[in-house]
Design a protein around this ligand. Structure first.
Ligand SMILES: O=C(O)CCC(=O)C(=O)O
Ligand SMILES: [Fe+2]
Length: 320
């Protein structure tokens, strides 16, 4: 089937949550095949409140409009920008030196001070200047985390393994909600820079609430770039490198990018809200037994999620 799909498959998560056995089975098949053959699936009926997404976007606009001197007070220097503010041009794709034309902010999982991962993940930073930021971003984190857990259950069914196999990996996981601002190109162009140069995400799954402008593109298995335009109320899901590891490459990581807007729209601002679903720090990334066959022996040595993350953050210029 590879190479024959032209449009991103669309599924409705409520069919899996509360549908008939036939609807559930259909969801599992289309979602799993979509990630496997295509790399992106559009999800409707996910239960994430549209109003909450709007309110978060409104906070995000206010946040990035703050002076640089204020935003940089919230820069995390210890954990490779995993919490708080990451300045313009700091992150670059692997194997690229030029920074992406974006600034962003990471909100992570809130853990009690006694939690074993509290110091490993680090505490969130909250901008005092945007009063509702904490409430809205945590609510959105929670809603996306819940929807992702259900998608991970469906994916386990796709592989015919115990239903919580993937969801358990993401329980207490180091997931992050990334709030991105791509400013007008004229404002702060870096020669050779791209809004987000082509890359694969590090994590298991990424859930993207619709961006405020076009530009996101995915590389099809045929090697063609295809624009990904999400309608209001849809969430686009793609697979990351960690999912590729635990499925032994059966679900490859999706290559994608965000292209620069062209004249006369080069000054279009773009905001987006990807949610990166990560395993817990000590989770060992190794292929599920059912994915290892004589034709497809284990492709990588086991590595913990935390070690893998740190390796990639170094390659992306975020961790020194
Ligand atoms: O802005 C987007 O739509 C996607 C961003 C992205 O791919 C990323 O931050 O990993
Ligand atoms: Fe990405």
């Amino acid at each position: 089937m590879s190479g024959t799909v032209r449009r991103i498959p669309v599924v409705n998560l409520s069919h899996y949550r509360a549908g008939t056995p036939a609807e559930r089975a259909r969801f599992v098949g289309v979602f799993g095949d979509g990630l496997k053959e295509f790399g992106f699936v559009t999800v409707e009926g996910h239960g994430v409140d549209d109003g909450l997404i709007r309110r978060t976007y409104s906070d995000v606009e206010r946040l990035f409009a703050l002076p640089e001197a204020v935003k940089s007070r919230y820069a995390d220097t210890e954990r490779g920008g995993q919490r708080g503010y990451i300045g313009y041009g700091q992150e670059h794709a692997r194997n690229r030196k030029v920074g992406d034309l974006k600034e962003f902010w990471h909100v992570g999982r809130e853990l009690p001070p006694s939690h074993r991962y509290r110091d490993v993940y680090g505490a969130n930073m909250w901008p005092q200047e945007v009063a509702t930021f904490r409430e809205h971003t945590l609510a959105l984190f929670h809603a996306l985390d819940g929807a992702a857990g259900v998608m991970l259950q469906a994916l386990a069914e796709y592989f015919g393994v115990e239903r919580d196999t993937f969801r358990d990996m993401a329980t207490d996981g180091n997931s992050v909600l990334r709030l991105i601002h791509y400013p007008p190109l004229k404002e702060r162009f870096i020669p050779g820079g791209v809004r987000a140069a082509e890359h694969e995400d590090i994590n298991l799954l990424t859930l993207l609430c619709e961006g405020t402008a076009s530009g996101l593109e995915l590389l099809t298995r045929d090697g063609e770039w295809l624009p990904v335009d999400t309608l209001r109320g849809q969430i686009v899901v793609d697979s990351g490198d960690m999912l590729s590891r635990v499925t032994n490459g059966i679900i490859p990581a999706t290559t994608h990018r965000v292209v620069n807007p062209r004249s006369p729209a080069e000054d279009t601002v773009r905001y987006s809200l990807p949610f990166f679903v990560h395993p817990y720090a000590d989770c060992v990334l190794q292929p599920l037994p059912c994915t290892q066959t004589p034709d497809n022996p284990a492709r990588h040595a086991p590595i913990t999620a935390d070690a893998f993350l740190k390796q990639r953050l170094r390659e992306n210029g975020l961790l020194k």
